[in-house]
Design a protein around this ligand. Sequence first.
Ligand SMILES: *[C@@H]1O[C@H](CO)[C@@H](O)[C@H](O)[C@H]1NC(C)=O
Ligand SMILES: *[C@@H]1O[C@H](CO)[C@@H](O)[C@H](O)[C@H]1NC(C)=O
Ligand SMILES: *[C@@H]1O[C@H](CO)[C@@H](O)[C@H](O)[C@H]1NC(C)=O
Ligand SMILES: *[C@@H]1O[C@H](CO)[C@@H](O)[C@H](O)[C@H]1NC(C)=O
Ligand SMILES: *[C@@H]1O[C@H](CO)[C@@H](O)[C@H](O)[C@H]1NC(C)=O
Ligand SMILES: *[C@@H]1O[C@H](CO)[C@@H](O)[C@H](O)[C@H]1NC(C)=O
Ligand SMILES: *[C@@H]1O[C@H](CO)[C@@H](O)[C@H](O)[C@H]1NC(C)=O
Length: 456
Amino acid sequence: MTKASSSSAGAAAVVAFSLVARKARYSPFLLLSLLFMLLFSFLYGEELAALVGQRGRPHSSHLDVSVDGEHQQQPAETEDGLTKKQRWQGRLPFAVNEEDEDEECDVFSGSWVRDEEEAHPLYREEDCPYIQPQLTCQAQGRPDRGYQSWRWQPHDCTLPAFNATQMLETLRDKRMMFVGDSLNRGQFTSMVCLLNSVIPNPEAKSFHMSPDQQHTVFAARDYNATVEFYWAPFLLQSNADDAVLHKISDRTVRNGSIAHHGRHWEGVHVLVFNTYLWWCSGLRFRIMNGPIEEARKNETVWVSTEEAYGMAFRDLLQWVRDNMDYNSTRVFFTSMSPTHSKSQDWGDAPGGNCYNETAMIDDPEYWGTDSRRSVMRVIREILDGDGADVPLTFLNITQLSMYRKDAHTSIYKKQWNPLTPEQIADPRTYADCVHWCLPGLQDTWNELLYTKLFYP
Ligand SMILES: *[C@@H]1O[C@H](CO)[C@@H](O)[C@H](O)[C@H]1NC(C)=O
Ligand SMILES: *[C@@H]1O[C@H](CO)[C@@H](O)[C@H](O)[C@H]1NC(C)=O
Ligand SMILES: *[C@@H]1O[C@H](CO)[C@@H](O)[C@H](O)[C@H]1NC(C)=O
Ligand SMILES: *[C@@H]1O[C@H](CO)[C@@H](O)[C@H](O)[C@H]1NC(C)=O
Ligand SMILES: *[C@@H]1O[C@H](CO)[C@@H](O)[C@H](O)[C@H]1NC(C)=O
Ligand SMILES: *[C@@H]1O[C@H](CO)[C@@H](O)[C@H](O)[C@H]1NC(C)=O
Ligand SMILES: *[C@@H]1O[C@H](CO)[C@@H](O)[C@H](O)[C@H]1NC(C)=O
């Protein structure tokens, strides 16, 4: 990655210091300790971000500022009783950056800019035969294509160009698998289209879906590489696991059942998970601790959505600990994909949604009411706490996708059921403000995946 701005250690320290000072109470002892800590961080080149992350947490009202470098490596109890585990320290496989290269850039914080070099879209819709008709917006009559021509510009660096050949070389004799819901299927399809563009020979590739539609495999023969998608909208076993008939109103997920689907991911080298939208059926969620076949109302329990979501995420992390070799495999988790179903969220008259939206939202602070910060926070807390030992790379695509009310499939998708005259009269009623056109936004998610794979 190329640095767009270089920040001196001093400036970073001042920022870090004021950050800590703002969050914590201003006790003289604290400030003195912090100064001491900063001094040490200069002497030993400790990563300031890590220090701030640990010591400046708003919870810690009685900071135990120790200058012992070893101290922060120990698992420690945080105030909410969670154990903070030691971070995995090794070098991640597939990384091409220098081991000691200091990557301070947060690639998820930035802005959208028109791609003057016209590299985007990274492929043409008509050149990728694998896009399902729910996502081929141009073929389904979308009149504008401006949504295809943006590139993501992080504030402090520039993303490396997606090199499909390098990606395929990296996946030689390997498997990459996306596991999750239809949004992850979209990201999988985007990845296939990105790679497809450098495999012109039809004999050199194949694309197959299992009869039950649970498992899809794209194979690049010359590389002996596969990119796959596995349907598991909750990751855990649930009553919505049928990839065709999954419209279940009373969703139930089984605690501790990660191995049910997990046996199909064993041995995969690069895993990309997502799960979010399916949990949002209300404020509470029904889970069960026994076998799913015996799901009767009297054997299930209702817990908060956050608790249920955290349960699935912890189960996933345990599966990763038990099944993945961190020296040779990588695991990613894509954060929640935002929806745009309430026009008053972006200051328009109520009643509208993403339908007929061709411009993005330019308020950098924008956050839609239909995305739950509390769910995102669950993941952050687990990754910083009892899940810190797992080198899972969090693809934080939520904020950057939040701006993109222009990028949904809206009404430009194949409709399975004929539209009613009422629907035709008011297209807003059937606009899809959840999924995204391809090519489009999800190609950027894969550019970020690419960036984090090679420059973690
Ligand atoms: C995700 O990225 C946005 C934009 O940089 C940031 O505001 C937010 O705190 C990040 N969320 C998490 C959970 O890391
Ligand atoms: C893409 O990667 C391949 C294989 O690593 C390399 O040979 C090629 O030069 C790269 N292309 C560009 C444009 O950087
Ligand atoms: C092809 O890739 C698979 C992993 O996906 C590996 O097990 C197998 O050994 C590879 N075949 C050859 C001939 O290298
Ligand atoms: C799920 O199971 C684990 C392990 O048995 C248990 O600790 C946890 O409390 C359960 N979660 C819920 C929400 O019931
Ligand atoms: C749940 O209901 C079934 C009948 O539907 C009954 O046989 C079973 O004993 C009940 N279980 C509990 C724990 O009450
Ligand atoms: C991973 O690599 C480290 C250092 O190279 C080594 O100590 C460790 O045993 C390896 N772990 C596995 C599971 O191979
Ligand atoms: C779509 O938006 C444009 C303005 O961007 C407006 O002139 C037009 O009436 C809208 N069309 C519909 C059908 O709402």
